[in-house]
Design a protein around this ligand. Structure first.
Ligand code: PMP
Ligand code: GLU
Length: 389
């Protein structure tokens, strides 16, 4: 059988692969500490589950409009207004099967062969692969640790060519937990607007943010920025709803209608029951307390992990300001990130994610979306192993 060159040019998701492999080891009784997960360990809030059960009982089990029910899109519009200061109409919103799907759709509708999409490294590993699947070329902008893993505005400007179609901004970011300040986003938006480049803003980690920092959307910089930005978000990380598969985008009418057309020939609507649950989550002020407690718990774990790893000279952890990953430089250990991660799993039974597929082979990504006991045990094993090298 012959296969498409498009799909042969991409790698399977390492994050999903390692995480499910490590979970399988755990299930078979192995003493593995899994610090790989890209999902909150907290359960979906009870009231959200109840909303889904109610939807099933009420028979909301049929096809919905392709881009989501009107009431969910209204809930998304209210959320964007309330929390991000952004005004959108329901026909500027499209709900998809996770933010990953929203991003995939966006790239499919805006890219043509020969186009370039700027991706800031270290990046979430799916961005370059999705760009390739859309027939375009990812152009990587390395962000230096000395610059807090943020892209320097000058580097973005220098990377722009007539082929540049879009730049992907991810704040808070996966894998380094970078949170861009308003002024920095304003500068980036200015460059993109001057260059006629679309901004794709992945805001999936917006609620997991530490030290009292506030998330700011690049679309909120100005009316012009809003018009040139596609905001992508979802309920996976904010509401511990990774398995429900609901993400959404907000953009101009034309983008929204093109994405709906694409979706009408691929997945049709996202799961109707999940839509009802997401609508409840996005509309329920009662969940705020639970979200705050989760955020505080993530911050506590970050601090413990940061303290423990900092005790070992060969490890250089980078303090994340958001999301639930800690990016740690292991270059003093004398091996690449994949070898480090493989050997750590084999020899010490700790699962972490190599930084290589995220565009930084000097680092590993350690997830703190697991309980404190596992984090402490994992950190001890890592230090112990590194010390013995
Ligand atoms: N963006 C980033 C940066 C992510 O880490 C993830 C995690 N999977 C996603 C988007 C997609 O999330 P989901 O598809 O579960 O909404
Ligand atoms: N985004 C999460 C991660 O980076 C989940 C896995 C994935 O979708 O890649 O681990």
């Amino acid at each position: 059988m012959r296969f498409s060159e498009r799909v042969m040019a991409v790698e399977p998701s390492v994050t999903l692969g390692i995480t499910s492999g490590a979970k399988a080891m755990l299930a078979s009784g192995e003493d593995v500490v899994v610090l790989a997960a890209g999902e909150p360990d907290f359960d979906t809030p009870e009231s959200v589950k109840e909303a889904a059960i109610k939807a099933i009982r009420e028979g909301r089990t049929k096809y919905t409009p392709v881009g989501g029910t009107r009431s969910l899109k209204e809930a998304v519009c209210r959320k964007l207004k309330r929390e991000n200061g952004l005004d959108y109409d329901v026909d500027e919103v499209v709900v998809s099967c996770g933010a990953k799907h929203s991003l995939y759709n966006v790239l499919q509708v805006i890219c043509n062969p020969g186009d370039e999409v700027l991706v800031i490294a270290p990046y979430w590993l799916s961005y370059p692969e999705m760009v390739k699947l859309a027939g375009a070329r990812p152009k990587i902008i390395p962000a230096r640790r000395e610059n807090a893993f943020k892209a320097a505005a000058e580097d973005i400007r220098a990377a722009l060519t007539e082929k540049t179609r879009a730049v992907i901004i991810n704040s808070p970011s996966n894998p380094a937990g970078v949170v861009y300040k308003k002024a920095e986003l304003r500068e980036i938006a200015g460059i993109c607007l001057a260059g006629g480049v679309t901004m794709i803003s992945d805001e999936i980690y917006e609620k997991i943010i530490f030290d009292g920092k506030k998330h700011f959307s690049i679309a909120a910089v100005s009316e012009e920025a809003r018009a040139a930005t596609i905001v992508v978000n979802g309920v996976s990380k904010s509401y511990s709803m990774t398995g429900w598969r609901i993400g959404y985008l907000a953009a101009g009418r034309k983008v929204a209608s093109m994405v709906s057309t694409l979706q009408s020939h691929s997945t049709s609507n996202p799961c109707s029951v999940s839509q009802a649950a997401a609508e409840f989550a996005l509309s329920s002020a009662d969940l705020e307390g639970e979200l705050r407690r989760n955020r505080e718990e993530f911050q506590r774990r970050r601090d413990v992990l940061m303290d423990r790893l900092s005790e070992e000279k060969k490890l250089r952890p980078f303090k994340p300001e958001g999301a639930f990953y800690l990016f740690c430089d292991i270059s003093e250990c004398g091996m690449d990130s994949l070898t480090f991660s493989r050997r750590l799993l084999d020899e010490k039974k700790v699962a972490v994610i190599p930084g290589g597929p995220f565009g930084d082979d000097r680092s590993i990504r350690i997830s703190f979306a697991t309980d404190l006991a596992a984090i402490e045990e994992g950190a001890e094993r890592i230090k112990d192993w590194v010390r013995g090298m």
